[in-house]
Design a protein around this ligand. Sequence first.
Ligand SMILES: *[C@@H]1O[C@H](CO)[C@@H](O)[C@H](O)[C@H]1NC(C)=O
Ligand SMILES: *[C@@H]1O[C@H](CO)[C@@H](O)[C@H](O)[C@H]1NC(C)=O
Length: 350
Amino acid sequence: MRTVCLSLLLVTACWALPFRQSGFLDFMMEDEEGSGVPEGPKCPFRCQCHLRVIQCSDLGLKTVPADIPDDTTLLDLQNNKITEIKENDFKNLKGLHALILVNNKITVIHAKALTPLTKLQRLYLSKNMLKEMPANMPKSLQELRIHENEITKIKKASFQGMAHVIVMELGSNPFKSAGIEAGAFADLKRVSYIRIADTNITEIPKGLPSSLSELHLDANKITKVTADSLKGLKNLAKLGLSYNEIGSVENGTLSNVPHLRELHLDNNALTSVPPGLPDHKYIQVVYLHANKIAAVGTEDFCPPGFNTKKAMYSGISLFSNPVPYWEVQPVTFRCVFDRSAIQLGNYRKK
Ligand SMILES: *[C@@H]1O[C@H](CO)[C@@H](O)[C@H](O)[C@H]1NC(C)=O
Ligand SMILES: *[C@@H]1O[C@H](CO)[C@@H](O)[C@H](O)[C@H]1NC(C)=O
């Protein structure tokens, strides 16, 4: 359809101005700025603008366009080649709610660049080359996605005063362990979801907020779970610790997270079932496959006795452990009513 219109235009243009060889483009340009047509809202060159949403993705841009309308609410600049965010790049965008800068080549964000964005709720910076957390992120922020960068540190000041954050995705950054300062997350009073996977941290970050309901720390180098590290997380429902190097879960850990429903500890170095499962009221899923568990006791999952009410388990995995499945006594799972919830066998998968 577009081609047809364009050809038609060409024909008309060439016909109207038969002797101007390079006339076509000039004609278009003149018309853009033409005096006869009433001026619509501005849209940066090659971007698409609809209502207050500005789409400038996949354009090979090396800088943020200069002429973004002041009333923009969503600015999409993903999949470009932007290398730097300068002080005045977002100067007048006081109504901006969402800023998408995923998959660029950003190494630096000027310390004052984000200050004007007092209404910003979503900031997506994943897949860039940032070496530091952006400074002065808006306090209005609800969602920060900054995975796959080169950030080595989260300082106590990094998230200062960001009391509205609900979701934080920080994975695939080379934090190592000392990289996360104690209490770095303390100001996130409403945070519900934090993911710090693939970062090589060696311990669970200290001082996580009590609002947290999901904590994903998979594929790191955490060596143990201490009771203290989860203290006060009374809303925690999901804890992901798969693919770490965890050798032990301290007694008292599970009683610090009374509302936990899912515990993923598969692909670690555990030698026994974590303590505290029989007393836990809500736990449903316990992944323990691919560890070094050599023995499973009859009191490891269920409370003593047979008249127990506990029947919450919906998934227990123990395969790929040294314990032979025929040595695990059936009575071990006396409080699990749905037998299909238990994956015991060392059957080979792939
Ligand atoms: C984590 O460590 C491994 C080497 O043990 C390395 O290959 C990987 O790049 C590191 N990951 C990060 C995000 O630093
Ligand atoms: C774990 O703690 C409970 C009470 O908090 C105690 O009864 C139990 O003996 C402890 N178990 C081990 C293995 O230390």
